[in-house]
Design a protein around this ligand. Structure first.
Ligand code: GDP
Length: 449
């Protein structure tokens, strides 16, 4: 996700940052490139145009152009506008949470086209509400068009350990919604999730049904589920739904695929509503809170260090993650840190998962793939670093030709493999210094105290 966009913007901004002074024309040239990059990523045209206008207006001000670090200031402006474009709130990471604190049963209505991932997302959300919010959830499928849709939700409900409303043959959506609410009241359910029917296309009958259900169920949340892989279509679908039903947010699915990102970047502008969650896989725990600030940083190639540290903290010792994050925030990063990081990576699902999340990882991964390496390489790298002394890891400059030979022999690899590890370390270390310079780790440092 966002890879191509991220690469293009990265090139543009590297050039901009590399200059000491900026003229208005430099900014305008860069913005032309940004515009093309956005359009190529499938961002809706008016959204891209509006974005460029806003950034340009702010960036060509005297205070920016005459500042000591004009290039970085421009990138900062782009970053802030990206966050706004992604629907960021004022909270630290920009996430807009679910509203669950109304009088129970709180109703969440899920809407969207068939195949968008609506039923799966309903079950994911039910699981999340049970596990993360500690609330009693219940799900009901109102999809009477698609055969077996109700059974599908029942099966997912079992996996998610969330109750589903018993199926009564022949009932219509509005009746099912009413029954779901009654049942929820009787059983002291906190949150009811209504999985409404999908269609292959937006049509009048569908919209009429959504409105009828909304009027009896008075939902607190109406979440539109859209498939990020459908690009411009996703934007059109979102437009149609938001014209007809009072959406409160968006769930963007298949963010684990290689969508170009246009849907994510256009959604807020088109619907006026924030993306609240991202679907990142088929499993029921593959639903992530959407954090505009982190996504913007990822797009700008600063790496999603906060997510990374959080994920790491889930799977490894918290103290280790904190120590590492603090050192990274200071721009310190030796081979001992890299080794620790690789261990965490392995426990987090390997390279694919990490690419793009960590500064420098994307390049490192590409370089490794180009030379025919894969996840197995993590094991090799660990062996290589394990054959170094702690001193060598703390100060890789010690590794002269003779020592490298020893390390290669000790780990059953070649000197060139040792060099690859050192190169990867250098890339990551450089990326981290860059982040530090840009002040991008402020939030992280504050968070970790
Ligand atoms: P619905 O017709 O909108 O209810 O769609 P489903 O929930 O049945 O999902 C259709 C297919 O997409 C299923 O095979 C899901 O497992 C898959 N799916 C849903 N969300 C995601 C996601 O975020 N990532 C991936 N990779 N697959 C997903």
């Amino acid at each position: 996700m966002f890879d191509a966009l991220s690469d293009r913007l990265g090139n543009t901004f590297d050039r901009l940052r590399g200059r000491g002074a900026l003229r208005e024309q430099d900014v305008r040239d860069a913005m032309r490139e940004v515009r093309i990059a956005l359009l190529e990523a499938d961002v809706a045209l008016p959204v891209a145009r509006d974005f460029i206008e806003k950034v340009t207006e702010k960036a060509i001000g005297e205070s920016v152009l005459k500042s000591v670090t004009p290039g970085q200031q421009v990138v900062k402006i782009v970053n802030d506008e990206l966050v706004a474009m992604l629907g960021g709130s004022d909270s630290e990471d920009g996430h807009v949470p679910l509203t669950l604190e109304a009088k129970p049963p709180v109703v969440i209505m899920m809407v969207g086209l068939q195949g968008s991932g609506k039923t799966t997302s309903t079950a994911k959300l039910g699981k999340l509400i049970r596990e993360k919010h500690g609330k009693k959830a219940m799900m009901a499928s109102l999809d009477v068009n698609r055969p077996a849709a109700q059974e599908q939700l029942a099966v997912l409900g079992e996996q998610a350990q969330v109750d589903t409303l018993p199926i009564v043959e022949g009932q219509q959506p509005v009746e099912i919604a009413k029954r779901a609410l009654e049942s929820a009241k009787l059983r002291n359910v906190d949150v009811v999730l209504l999985d409404t029917a999908g269609r292959l296309h937006v049509d009048e009958a569908l919209m009429a049904e959504m409105k009828a259900v909304a009027s009896v169920a008075t939902p607190t949340e109406v979440l539109l589920v859209v498939d990020s892989l459908t690009g411009q279509d996703a934007v059109n679908v979102a437009q149609s739904f938001s014209d007809e039903v009072p959406l409160t947010g968006v769930i963007l699915t298949r963010m684990d695929g290689d969508a170009r990102g246009g849907a994510a970047l256009s959604m807020r502008a088109v619907t006026g509503k924030p993306i609240k969650f991202a679907g990142v896989g088929e499993k029921l725990d593959a639903l992530e809170a959407f954090h505009p600030r982190r996504v913007a940083e990822r797009i700008l190639g600063m790496g999603d260090v906060v997510s990374l540290v959080e994920k790491a903290a889930e799977s490894i010792k918290v103290e280790e993650a904190e120590l590492l994050a603090k050192r990274m925030a200071k721009g310190q990063f030796d081979l001992n840190d890299l080794r620790m990081q690789l261990k965490q990576m392995q426990s987090m699902g390997g390279l694919g998962m990490l690419a793009g999340m960590m500064p420098g990882m994307k390049k490192a991964k590409a370089a490794m793939q180009a030379s025919g390496m894969d996840d197995k390489v993590l094991v090799h790298m660990d062996a290589i670093m394990g054959s170094m002394t702690a001193k060598e890891r703390a100060n890789p400059a010690l590794l002269n030709a003779k020592r490298k030979k020893r390390v290669a022999a000790g780990s059953g690899t070649q000197v060139q493999d040792v060099n690859k590890v050192l190169k990867m370390h250098q890339e990551m270390s450089r990326a981290m210094k860059q982040i530090k310079k840009m002040g991008g780790m402020k939030g992280l440092a504050a968070m970790l105290g």
